[in-house]
Design a protein around this ligand. Structure first.
Ligand code: ATP
Ligand code: MG
Length: 358
C-alpha cells in the first residue's frame, strides 16, 4: 500500500547539508498497522512527511495505493491538483492535534470537506458520522478548548478520515497523552484499521505502542532503516534490536563458565513446557535469569534468558534441541565457543531509550 524506493532527503541549511533520509526502502502492506521507531533525529518525521509529499524528497520514489506520488507535479503546500487529490486519500494525525480553536469540533472535521467542495448538508452529515465513529457524537458543538487531550486527538483522527483515506499517517499521535488515554486512542486506531481496512503508518517512541497495535515495525537510525519485518518475524530474528527492546530480558550469568541463551517463544511454542522438557531430557539444571511474556497483536509471545551449566561445547546438543522446537535462539554468552569469545548481548546499548520515555 505504501512503497518507497531509495528515498533520500537532504536538507540544506546555512551552507550545511543534512541527510535526513539516506536511501529508505519501506514496504507497508495493505491493511496493516506499521510502526516506525528510532531515536530523536533518526528521520522518522521526515519519512512520514515525504510519504505524503508535504516534503519533497531529494531522490527516490513514493508509491501510495498504486500511484507514484513523486511523479505528480507540484511542491509542498502549493501542490498541483493531481497531487492534492491523491493526498486527500492519505489522512494525517499530529502529535499536537492542530485543531482550530475558533471552530467547533464539527467545523474542524468539516474543514477538509470544505476544501473537497462538499455542500453544507453533505459536510454536516459526514462530520457527524465521523464524530460518531470516534465516540464523540455528543461533542459536535463544543470548541476544542473544552475537550481533554484524548478527545482532541479523536477529533484529529475524525478530521483525518474526512477524505475517506486508504492510508493514515500518524506522527507520535499519542505522545502528548497519558498512558490510559494513549491506550484508548490506540484501541481506536486498531478498530479503524479493522473496520475500515485502513492502512496505518505510525511513528512512536514507545515500545508499548508497537506491542499493542502494530503488525509490523521498522527501526530507523541515521536516515536508514536498519531492521524491518512483521513483529513475529522480528521476535524470531536472533540479534534483533527491536525484539530486544520489545522484550528486554535482563539477568547476569552466575559465572563466566556458563552458557547463556535468549529464547523467543511465539505462537504454539509459547504454551509448551519446553524448559522442563529440556531439563528432563538432558538432566541439566537450568536457571532462568529473566523472562517477559506478553500478547502481541493477539498472539502470545515471550522471551526468556536461561543459563546452562558449563561451556558452549557441552551445550551444543541442548541448544540444538531448543532450535528444533521452533524457538528463536540467541546465544549471548558462550565460553569456549570457537570465534564466539566475548559474544554477549547484555551490554548492547538500548536503541530507543530516550529521555522522558516510559
Ligand atoms: N526542515 C529542516 N531543515 C533542516 N534539517 C532538518 C529539517 N527537518 C529535519 N531536519 C533534520 O533531519 C534529521 C531528521 O529529522 P526528523 O525530524 O525526521 O527526525 P525524527 O526521527 O522525527 O526525530 P524526533 O524523534 O525528535 O521527532 C535531523 O537531523 C533534523 O535536524
Ligand atoms: Mg519526529
Amino acid at each position: 500500500m505504501i512503497t518507497t524506493k531509495d528515498l533520500t532527503k537532504v536538507y540544506r541549511s546555512r551552507g550545511r547539508e543534512i541527510t535526513a533520509l539516506d536511501g529508505v526502502d519501506l514496504h507497508v502492506r495493505e491493511g496493516e498497522v506499521y510502526g516506525v521507531l528510532g531515536r530523536s533525529g533518526a528521520g522518522k518525521s521526515t519519512l512520514i512527511r515525504c510519504v505524503n509529499l508535504l516534503e519533497r524528497p531529494t531522490a527516490g520514489t513514493v508509491i501510495v495505493d498504486g500511484r507514484e506520488l513523486t511523479a505528480l507535479a507540484g511542491r509542498g503546500p502549493r501542490a498541483g491538483g493531481e497531487l492534492r487529490r491523491a493526498r486527500t486519500r492519505i489522512g494525517m494525525v499530529f502529535q499536537h492535534f492542530n485543531l482550530l480553536s475558533s471552530r467547533t469540533v464539527q467545523d474542524n472535521v468539516e474543514l477538509p470537506l470544505e476544501i473537497l467542495g462538499l455542500s453544507g448538508r453533505e459536510r454536516a452529515r459526514k462530520a457527524l458520522d465521523l464524530l460518531d465513529l470516534v465516540g464523540l457524537a455528543d461533542k459536535a458543538r463544543v470548541h476544542p478548548a473544552q475537550l481533554s487531550g484524548g478527545q482532541k486527538q479523536r477529533v484529529g483522527i475524525a478530521r483525518a478520515l474526512a477524505g475517506d483515506p486508504k492510508v493514515l499517517l500518524s506522527d507520535e499521535a499519542t505522545s502528548a497523552l497519558d498512558p490510559e488515554t494513549t491506550r484508548s486512542v490506540l484501541q481506536l486506531l486498531r478498530d479503524l484499521n479493522r473496520q475500515l481496512g485502513l492502512t496505518i503508518l505510525l511513528i512512536t517512541h514507545e515500545m508499548d505502542v508497537v506491542k499493542a497495535v502494530c503488525d509490523s515495525a521498522a527501526l530507523m537510525r541515521g536516515g536508514r532503516i536498519t531492521e524491518a519485518g512483521t513483529v513475529p518475524e522480528l521476535l524470531a530474528t536472533p540479534g534483533s534490536e527491536l525484539a530486544r527492546e520489545l522484550f528486554p530480558v535482563g539477568g547476569q550469568a552466575s559465572g563466566d563458565d556458563r552458557t547463556v541463551v535468549d529464547i523467543t517463544f511465539h505462537g504454539e511454542t509459547a504454551t509448551q513446557p519446553v524448559i522442563s522438557r529440556l531439563a528432563r531430557t538432558y538432566t541439566i539444571d537450568i536457571a532462568v535469569l529473566g523472562a517477559a511474556m506478553d500478547t502481541v497483536a493477539g498472539r502470545q509471545v515471550g522471551r526468556m534468558r536461561i543459563e546452562l551449566p558449563g561451556p558452549f561445547e557441552e551445550n551444543v546438543v541442548p541448544i540444538g534441541y531448543l532450535r528444533e522446537q521452533g524457538l528463536g535462539i540467541e546465544v549471548v554468552q558462550a565460553p569456549g565457543a570457537p570465534g564466539a569469545e566475548g559474544t554477549d548481548g547484555r551490554d548492547a546499548a538500548p536503541a530507543l531509550t530516550q529521555g522522558g520515555g516510559r
